[in-house]
Design a protein around this ligand. Structure first.
Ligand SMILES: [Zn+2]
Length: 140
């Protein structure tokens, strides 16, 4: 009867290893190829279709700056991404680690927190498209 538990743990370990590999390869690409200079990166379809900024616009350029240790430059490209990364990393570790090492599980954040985070992301997405100098700092 322990076969499904071992199999599930193995799936989480392999999934975690594959995710780590993808993150390392993507991070290496972002480190060596600046999205401001190289245009093989995916284009934001929302921005292309509407001319407006979505909450994720500037994210690749922000990650490139972060990988070079330029936090202020990264913040200028996408402040919500920079502020959200520690939270996302913490959630990924807290949620994924117990599954991979069969520790007592955590069911994830409460849905109210996720709705609040989504609301903040959407609000920033709206504000960065508003005219005026006050919101200019939210634009890449
Ligand atoms: Zn976008």
């Amino acid at each position: 009867m322990s076969e499904p538990a071992n199999s599930s743990r193995e799936v989480w370990r392999v999934g975690g290893a594959l995710t780590a590999l993808v993150v390392v390869v993507a991070g290496a690409m972002l480190f060596w190829f600046d999205p401001s200079e190289f245009h093989f990166y995916p284009v934001c379809f929302f921005h292309r279709a509407t001319g407006l900024l979505c909450p994720g616009c500037g994210g690749l350029r922000a990650l490139h700056q972060l990988l070079h240790g330029h936090v202020a430059a990264a913040f200028r490209f996408n402040p919500m991404l920079v502020l959200s990364l520690p939270l996302a990393a913490g959630l990924a570790l807290r949620y994924g680690r117990p599954k991979a090492w069969r520790q007592p599980g955590w069911s994830g954040p409460r849905s109210g927190w996720l709705w609040l985070l989504l609301a903040v992301w959407l609000a920033v997405g709206l504000l960065r498209n508003m005219p005026g100098a006050l919101f200019a700092m939210l634009r890449p």
